[in-house]
Write a protein that binds this ligand. Structure first.
Ligand code: M6R
Length: 630
């Protein structure tokens, strides 16, 4: 997830007390006590407002009639970037990056340009077919490792073939039809007085001010200047000029509604949500799309995480040991079953702080997989160091490029969930499980343990996951009502079987972490071996009742609890019905990914219970986002 923004207009006179973004490049005084923000200042300010979407490099491209195209970019946070003071700039675009292809270097920072530096492009999303396109562009000079760079070069090709006033617009339209994956793009060109933008799968919103237009991944970028916005739809290409905006869909000029944003500035930083946690829960369709982009080959029944193991290593592999803490540990538990079922390898999960390599194991036949969102958790790093010392091959699944874990393991797969600010992990759990599922398929296929026909339904489930999660999010009101009705209970029990067990554990962790209520998760069959003694009408049971998680047997255990008066809330595969449930929440059919979708209901349940109690949801007491002490 990256942030993109753009502005076309004459600059903005600032009121007394308002400051332009780029302290070094503020333009002329407005003459009445305030200052004046030039195009570069406005784009820079927009990037600061979008930094929550990514912060490992930033850049801008400014276009002025006399100055032409000026590009500035560098690695590091937005404040590391000095935006050039281009006095005649009439339009500009900017980007703040969360790396997916290529490390956060100056070269990989956006904007990217064509061979002669006439065209500049910023991009959010992933161009899945960039390798094929790059091969086609073999006579072009590439200077970065990014997927994005193919876009300006494709535009360059198109412009060489297209002439006339509609040049950049027509070229972007032709190019976007050739891109596979998800993207939001802004393109500018030396000598052109327009910004051309396009979206498919990644958000893009226009802001309308008198004689000026803004564009951004999120209204946060420009909300202090205008509240009149137009949300572009998938497949839209728009041309922004001083005269206004033209939006095209399927080549036809279309009308897109303008609406007024009513959020206050603080809520706007959170995309209109009251808390980052809820925003991040709602980002899951987008973050999951990024996680799987370009990595699934459903037809071939394979997944590609761009990792290669030494020859013979996978064939001889005896054991996968997963090490992780907290939510990442539960993602690991989900994956352990998949490694056994799909990769045909024995898999164990250890709490990282407890991990020792273990006597009697063969280091050269063991893969130790560290799952860590931050890549900085001290307990997990300690486990990786013990595995390395034992001579095992180590592998990280993380969200954070350049994090310590990536420097200490042999291989890394990034989950590409984008920054997560809420202390409670939500979207990163989903992306960890999706990434680990792809790893399990890739290992299974390479070992010959998994037939393409058996891999295909798993990959189809992953492909359909973003849409399924969206359906759950659209049903949030049902969870909110359940939270209001049962949120004041004395304790909560979460149960499931098979892949439902890690989700039950995660559901309980989420609730206790942010609501401070007592919650416990365990395998449903264990209820009768002790915890049933605690069950009363004041202890709701939340159950994962999805296909493949032995739902009927779990329901028997839920009934045992109901017999003792406990209310029961079930996440149930669509089409199934358990008439005695007090609340039934439907889970769309995505095969073995269904418990992961059910988890989104549990995230929302935890959120609403905590919110009703007025808890400090994004920063729960006593907890930190990244725990860097053992
Ligand atoms: O950054 P990591 O994934 O290594 O963090 C591990 C745990 O500290 C983390 O998952 C923690 O349990 C979350 N706050 C749970 O929401």
């Amino acid at each position: 997830m990256c942030g993109i923004t753009g502005y076309i207009g004459d600059g903005i006179a600032l009121d007394d007390g308002e400051s332009a973004a780029n302290d070094g490049a503020t333009g002329d005084a407005a003459g009445d006590g305030g200052g004046f923000a030039r195009v570069g200042d406005i784009v820079h300010e927009g990037l600061r407002n979008l930094e929550y979407r990514g912060y490992d490099s930033a850049g801008v491209a400014l276009v002025g009639e006399a100055s032409g195209l000026t590009v500035a970019k560098r690695s590091g946070e937005v404040d590391n970037l000095t935006v050039p003071d281009v006095a005649d700039a009439a339009l500009g675009i900017g980007h703040t990056r969360w790396s997916t292809h290529g490390p956060p270097t100056d070269e990989n920072a956006h904007p990217h340009t064509d061979c002669v530096g006439d065209i500049a492009v910023v991009h959010n999303g992933i161009v899945e077919n960039h390798e094929a396109l790059k091969t086609e562009l073999s006579d072009h000079e590439f200077t970065s490792d990014t997927d994005t760079e193919v876009i300006p070069h494709l535009i360059e090709e198109e412009l060489a073939a297209v002439s006339g006033a509609g040049g950049l617009l027509d070229a972007v339209r032709a190019v976007e039809s050739r891109l596979e994956g998800s993207y939001a793009i802004c393109a500018v060109r030396d000598g052109d007085d327009r910004i051309v933008v396009a979206r498919r799968g990644s958000p893009l919103v226009l802001g309308h001010d008198e004689d000026a237009t803004f564009v951004a991944s999120d209204v946060t970028a420009f909300l202090e200047h205008t509240r009149d916005v137009t949300y572009l739809e998938d497949g839209d290409v728009a041309s922004l000029s001083a005269e206004g905006v033209e939006v095209y869909a399927d080549g036809e000029l279309v009308d897109r509604e303008t609406e007024t944003v009513t959020w206050e500035a603080d809520a706007a930083e959170k995309g209109g949500y009251e808390h980052y946690m809820r925003k991040e829960i709602h980002e899951q369709p987008e973050s999951l799309r990024q996680t799987i982009a370009g990595r699934l080959d459903v037809d071939a029944g394979d997944a590609d995480l761009d990792v290669s193991f030494p020859p013979g290593f996978l064939a001889d592999l005896e054991e996968i040991q997963i090490v992780a803490c907290g939510t990442s540990n539960y993602a690991g538990r989900y994956a352990a079953r998949l490694f056994e079922d799909l990769s045909g390898v024995r898999a164990t999960v250890e709490t990282a702080s407890e991990y020792e390599f273990g006597a009697g194991r063969s280091p050269d036949r063991t893969l130790v997989v560290a799952v860590t969102q931050s890549g900085e958790t001290a307990d997990t790093l300690g486990a990786v160091r013990r595995a390395n010392a034992a001579g095992a091959r180590t592998f990280a699944v993380t969200n954070t490029l350049g994090s310590t874990v990536t420097r200490e393991v042999d291989d890394t797969a990034f989950i590409r969930a984008g920054p997560e600010i809420g202390v409670a992990a939500t979207k990163t759990f989903a992306s960890q499980v999706a990434t680990l599922t792809m790893l399990a398929v890739a290992i299974g296929r390479e070992r010959g343990a998994l037939a393409a026909a058996d891999a295909r339904p798993v990959l189809e489930g992953l492909r359909d996951l973003p849409g399924a999660v969206q359906q759950v999010l659209d049903n949030e009101d049902a969870v909110r009502e359940a939270a209001t009705e049962y949120g004041d209970s004395g304790a909560f029990f979460f149960v499931g079987r098979q892949l439902g067990v890690p989700v039950a554990l995660e559901g309980a962790l989420k609730l206790k972490e942010i609501s401070y209520d007592h919650a416990e998760g365990f395998p449903a069959g264990e209820l009768k071996h002790g915890p049933l003694a605690l069950v009363t009408p004041d202890t709701p049971v939340l159950a994962v009742l999805t296909d493949g998680a032995r739902a009927d047997e779990t329901m028997n255990n839920v009934t045992e609890a109901q017999t003792r008066g406990a209310p029961a809330i079930g996440c149930v595969s669509a089409g199934e019905e358990y008439a005695t449930l007090d609340v039934s929440l439907p889970v769309p059919d995505v095969g073995i990914a269904e418990p992961l979708v059910a988890n989104v209901y549990l995230q929302l349940f935890a959120y609403h219970v905590a919110n009703d109690k007025g808890r400090s949801i994004d920063k729960p007491r006593n907890l930190a986002k990244s725990v860097t002490v053992e």
